[in-house]
Each structure stands twice: as C-alpha cells, then as structure tokens.
Design a protein around this ligand. Structure first.
Ligand SMILES: *[C@@H]1O[C@H](CO)[C@@H](O)[C@H](O)[C@H]1NC(C)=O
Ligand SMILES: *[C@@H]1O[C@H](CO)[C@@H](O)[C@H](O)[C@H]1NC(C)=O
Ligand SMILES: *[C@@H]1O[C@H](CO)[C@@H](O)[C@H](O)[C@H]1NC(C)=O
Ligand SMILES: *[C@@H]1O[C@H](CO)[C@@H](O)[C@H](O)[C@H]1NC(C)=O
Length: 428
C-alpha cells in the first residue's frame, strides 16, 4: 500500500530526515508559514491522490473480454446437433424433433419486448414433439440436470422464458393478485430481454435443477440453478478459487445470474463441449440426468442408474469418444459417415426399456430418491399410496440396495417430496 507523507509534500527535499521524521517544532513552523487556503488545497490534493491510489490498487479492473457477437445460425446449428445426437442415442424417437418453420406467437414475443435475436432464435431452433414414441426418454423430457426441453410454440413457455427457475410461482405468486401472464411481463427478477433459456427446470414448487440460459447480448452460456447463485457450468469447477479462473471468462455482474463475480464461456464453446460430453456419456451428461450435488447427497452422486445406462450403451456398441468427436466435429470438409451400424442393429432400445422399468421400480418417480429399504419408511409410503406394488416388493426384497442416506436432507426424506410433483402434480 502506497503511503503518502503529508510532511513530505508540505516540506522540501532539502531536509529528507526532517520530512520523514518531523519534529513538532519544524512541523508547526512550516504549517504556520503557509497561507491557510494553500494548506487546505494541499490537504485536499493529498486525500484525492490517496483515494485514487486506493481505487487503482483495490477496485480498478481492466476492461472485460468481449466475446464475438452472438450468431443465430451457429447457435441453432449446435442446438440441432445436440438434439440429433440425442436422437442417434435413441433417447429421442425418430420423429421427435420438429424443425422450423414453427408457429410461434411473435405478437406476444414482441409484446414481451424480447430482443430480436431471441425471437429469431426461437423461430429457428428445433423443438421436441412430446407426443411421439420411439425414444427411451418418454414422459421424462429432460435435456440437462432436471431441466426440460423448451417449446416456444407454447405460450406458457414463452412466458416462462423470463423465469426458467420458476421463482415467481414459488416465492411471489402468493403475495400478489397478478396472473402468471401479467407477472411474466412485469416482475422484478425477470431475466433480461436478451436471454433465451434452452431448458426450464421441471417440477414447479419443489423443482430442483439447472436451466441453461443463453445471453444473446454477450454471447455467453449460463447454467443457472434453483440451488443458489452463480454459473453452474461444470467447466468452472476446475478452478479451485475464483481468482484462478482466467480473466477471459469473466462477465459483468448482473442480478439475474447472481450478485457475485461471474464467469461464463461463450455459447459455441460451451455447446460444443456439452455435445461431446453427452456423446461420451460423461458423469452428469448421461441423457435424462437429474440434479445432483456432491455436498448435498453424497450417496447419490452420481445416481447409480446413470452407470447402468452408460454400461448398456457401451455394451450395445455405442461408438468411442474419438469416433464420435470426428463424426460430430470433423476437422475437414469431408462428410463423415454415420458410425452407428453396430449400435443401430443392437437391441439397445428393447434393453433400455427394460432397464428403464428397473430404474422406475428402484427409484421414486423423480429418479433422484431411491425407494427406501427401511420398514418404517416403506410403511409410511405404502399408507400414502406413494409406492407401486412392484416398488413395495422391491423395497422388502433382499436385492442389492441403492444407497440412500435417510439422515440426509436434515433427516427429512419425505420433506424433499420431489416425487410428489413428478408423480402426481403436473405444474410445468
Ligand atoms: C398471441 O398471444 C396474444 C396474447 O396472449 C393473444 O392475444 C393472441 O391471440 C395470440 N395470437 C395467436 C395467433 O395465437
Ligand atoms: C388482492 O385482492 C384483494 C381483494 O380485492 C385485496 O384485498 C388484496 O389487498 C389484494 N392483494 C394485493 C397484494 O394486491
Ligand atoms: C478427414 O478427417 C477424417 C477424420 O476426421 C479422416 O478420416 C479423413 O481421412 C480426412 N480426410 C482428408 C481428405 O483429410
Ligand atoms: C433388472 O433387474 C433385475 C433384478 O435385479 C436384473 O436381473 C435384470 O438384469 C435387470 N434388467 C436390466 C435390463 O437391467
């Protein structure tokens, strides 16, 4: 920290020692010799310089890195690639992707003052037809960590695009007479008009999950969570402390993604990475994955069933990481041939549907909480009709247990109630 000696400024160079260690007499005599106005001026100048130095040392930041501008075609191309990969993985059925042009209520989007780049992306991106069969996703409609595919052909999703974590319905609805539609036009915590979510957290009131939000103004990729502020993009976990995160990722603080210092990758970088992670079935990227948090429920992270699914893919001849990388992002202009001969002719889907049934017997409908194996808990759930006969049979069998810490969640297994929402309620 720079120190400025008032004595040094007021004094002269002639007598260094006296300036650094002024005796009371020299000090007084010098001060009295100066006109009062000059003295005030000098003190003000010293204070100003000192505060400038403090500012420079502690608060000044060089300008942030500006990402290349948002590109609708590139972004839509990558989202399409992701969906088509999920189709190749037979998570989505062969007719489940719907390509543009779409019937979107542009009047409403404009009434909501959405940024033109957001509207253009909504018009160009693919959507999922949820009423078709053929993939193993079925009714679970998860894109990433318990957030579902968006469908801006629906008015409700257009509105929810301003609040993809469902905060209004959870925290604010009870204090107002506004309708949901009114609230989505005028609510303090709404997302900026330049943001477009590509996934929305499922489950309303009790929903737990991460939504993916693209900001067209900055071309940055945010993973936002119901479980706290900040960017939950797994990529930043590698930097132990925020200070280690390279400056190129730093973005301006903003209310909607959290008050702290924030980091985000550019949209194409992050999407490409998420696509590759999905194709290699990495931890947290197995299709249909739920929200997990190592510190929250260590016994369940990652959920056992993700390993079962990954094993089945590999057993069925799903291509290696290298092959998938060359196929998805070829390094030259030659169009690579589809590497799915073995996988395509395997009976993966049949096996997967059996495995899916196995999972639904062993887990509550959220696929997050395992069916408990302790009689006290089994009885309570049985009395509430929360378990199917098959689940009850499994719960009392001597099959290998899926570990669950019933003392977790502050000892409140029932309090989490994830499964009630997914099992019974249908607020989306
Ligand atoms: C678009 O939304 C507005 C506002 O909800 C509604 O009044 C209008 O009828 C909708 N237009 C179409 C074509 O559905
Ligand atoms: C909602 O409406 C009721 C009845 O008109 C009124 O008493 C109440 O104050 C209103 N609440 C709010 C938050 O505006
Ligand atoms: C193009 O790349 C693929 C793999 O990415 C490779 O197999 C092929 O030989 C390359 N073709 C040319 C002409 O370089
Ligand atoms: C389903 O569970 C049973 C009993 O544990 C097991 O024998 C069977 O292999 C499982 N099937 C699949 C497809 O995982």
């Amino acid at each position: 920290m720079a120190k400025i000696s008032i004595a040094k400024i007021l004094g002269s160079d002639r007598d260094q020692d006296a300036a650094l260690l002024p005796t009371p007499t020299t000090w007084t005599s010098r001060v009295t010799r100066l006109p009062r106005r000059t003295l005030y001026f000098l003190i003000a100048a010293v204070l100003l310089i000192q505060s400038l130095i403090t500012y420079r040392l502690f608060f000044y930041e060089p300008p942030l890195t500006i990402a290349p501008p948002y590109n609708v075609a590139e972004t839509v191309g990558l989202i399409t690639k992701w969906y088509e990969l999920l189709q190749d993985m037979k998570y989505l059925g062969p007719d489940e992707i719907s390509y543009p042009p779409h019937d979107i209520n542009i009047t409403l989007a404009q009434h909501m003052s959405l940024n033109p780049l957001v509207i253009e992306t909504m018009q160009q991106m693919p959507y999922i037809n949820r009423n078709t069969e053929g993939g193993w996703m079925g009714e679970r409609d998860i894109l990433y960590r318990d957030s579902r595919f968006v469908d801006y052909r629906n008015k409700e999703d257009l509105y929810l695009s301003r609040d993809p974590l469902g905060h209004w319905i959870i925290y604010n609805a009870k204090y107002t007479n506004n309708t949901f539609e009114e609230a989505m036009l005028d609510f303090d915590e709404l997302f900026p008009k330049s943001a477009i979510p590509i996934s929305i957290v499922r489950g309303g009131m009790w929903g737990t999950g991460d939504a993916i939000v693209l900001d067209t103004a900055t071309n940055r990729f945010h993973v936002i969570s119901t479980q706290g502020d900040g960017n939950r993009d797994y990529f930043f976990q590698r930097y132990e402390t925020r200070d280690e995160t390279p400056r190129e990722y730093k973005v301006k603080r903003g209310g909607w993604y959290g008050p702290g210092i924030q980091y985000a990758r550019t949209i194409p970088d992050a999407l490409e990475d998420f696509i590759l992670k999905t194709s290699s079935l990495d931890e947290g990227f197995v299709p249909g994955g739920v929200y997990t948090e190592k510190t929250y429920t260590p016994e369940l992270c990652p959920p056992r069933w993700e390993g079962w699914v990954r094993d089945l893919y590999q057993k069925s001849g799903w291509p290696s990481v290298e092959v998938m990388k060359d196929y998805l992002f070829p390094r030259n202009i030659t169009t690579p041939s589809r590497p799915f001969d073995v996988f395509g002719s395997s009976n993966f889907l049949e096996e997967m549907n059996k495995l899916k049934h196995n999972i639904s017997v062993r887990y509550m409908p959220d696929w997050y909480l395992p069916v408990p194996r302790v009689e006290e808990y089994i009885q309570r759930l049985e009395n509430w009709y929360d378990l199917t006969p098959e689940q009850i049979e499994y719960a009392r069998s001597d099959e290998e247990e899926v570990p669950v810490n019933l003392k977790g969640w502050a000892g409140n297994y029932y309090g989490t109630k994830h499964w009630e929402v997914y099992g019974r309620g249908d607020w989306r």
